[in-house]
Ligand binder design. Sequence first.
Ligand code: KG4
Ligand code: ZN
Length: 357
Amino acid sequence: MKILAIETSCDETGLAIVEATGNLKSPKFKILKNLVASQIKIHQPFGGVVPNLAKREHQKNLPILFKKILDSRFKIRDASLIAVTVGPGLEPALWAGITFAEELSKKNKIPLVGVNHLEGHLYSFLLPQKTANSKSPSFTKVSEGKQILDIFPAIALIVSGGHTILLLVKDLKTWRRLGETRDDAVGEAFDKVARLLELPYPGGPEIEKLAQIGNPKSIDFPRPMIHDKNFDFSFSGLKTSVLYYLKNQNLLNPRPKTLVANIAASFQQAATEVLVKKTLKAANAFGAKSVLLSGGVAANKKLRKDLKHEALKMGMEFFVADQKYNTDNAVMIAAAGYMSHLRKKKYPLKANGNLEI
Ligand code: KG4
Ligand code: ZN
C-alpha cells in the first residue's frame, strides 16, 4: 500500500510517500518521496524551538509541501492510508499536522492512523539504505515463501532532543523499556552545551563539526551513571561540568577556537562513552542479537561508529537508518503508520505531548 505521512512534532515539517508491503515479521518499505521543510532559521534567534511559531510555520508549509508532493505519478487517491504523528512533541505543532491530516482523510475518504513519533524513530532501521553506514536487516527464509527478521532480541537506543531511551525489543510489536534519562535528553545536552559555546541552534551538528578539530582526551568531563547497575542516564551534570569548566577558565572574548573545539570534542566523547557503554551492557544482560540506533543524535558519526564497532566486536549486528532519516522526517512516520496498521494499534487522533513508547 502507498502511505502518505505527515510529521509536525517539532521544528521540521515533513511529508512523505512510502510504499509498504509485507507482514509484521517481514515489512518492507520503498521511499517514493520525502520532503522536509526545516524551520531552523526561524527558531535560531531564540536559541530553541518556539511552539506557537512552529505551529504557524507548519500550517504555512503543509499545503505547500502537499502541492509539491502530488504529480503525474502520485495522486492523493493513490494513497491507501494517511499517517500522522500524534505525539510526543510540542502540542500546538502536533495539532497543525493532525488537523491537516484529518481534512485530507475526510475529503478523500482515506483511512487515517495516528503515529507515535518514537515508534517512527525505532522503526527507522527498517528503511532501505543508500549509504554504507550500516546495512538493512536481512530476512531469513524459514520455509517456502516465509521470511522473518532474525535479529531479536534487540536492544534499541533512541536518542533525540527530547528522549534518551533504552528498549529491549522482542519483536516488531513487543518491547520493554529498560531505562531512560532522569533529566536532560542527550540531544538537549548537545544543544545546551552548544549554547554555552555560543554555537547556533541546533547544537548537535555544530558540536560534531567542531569536535573534529578538537582533542577528545583534553578535558576529563564526567561520565554520569556509566557504572550504575541500572539502564538509566543523566546528562544535566555533564552539561553543568562544561559550564563550570568555562567559568574556571575565566575566558575572554573571543574564546580561542582550539579551546572551544577541545571542549566540544571532550563533551562528545563523554556523552558517547556513556551511551555506548550502557547500551552494550543492556545488550549483554539480555543476550541481544542486535543493536538498533535511532533518533536525531543517531546522525552523529562518532556515536554511529563507536556503537557499531562495539556491537560488532561482541558478535552482534548493528542497524541504523541513513543519516537523513535519523533527524525528524515523515518517511519514518509512514513506516510506523504501516506497523500501527498491521498491529491494529490505534492512537487517539489527539495531540499528546507526553506520549510514551
Ligand atoms: O529526533 P530529532 O530530529 O527531534 C526530536 O525528536 O527531538 O532530534 C533532534 C536532536 C537535537 O537535539 C539535535 O541537536 C540532535 O538531535 N542532533 C545531533 C546531531 N544531529 C542532530 N546531535 C549530535 N550530533 C549530530 N550530528
Ligand atoms: Zn524525533
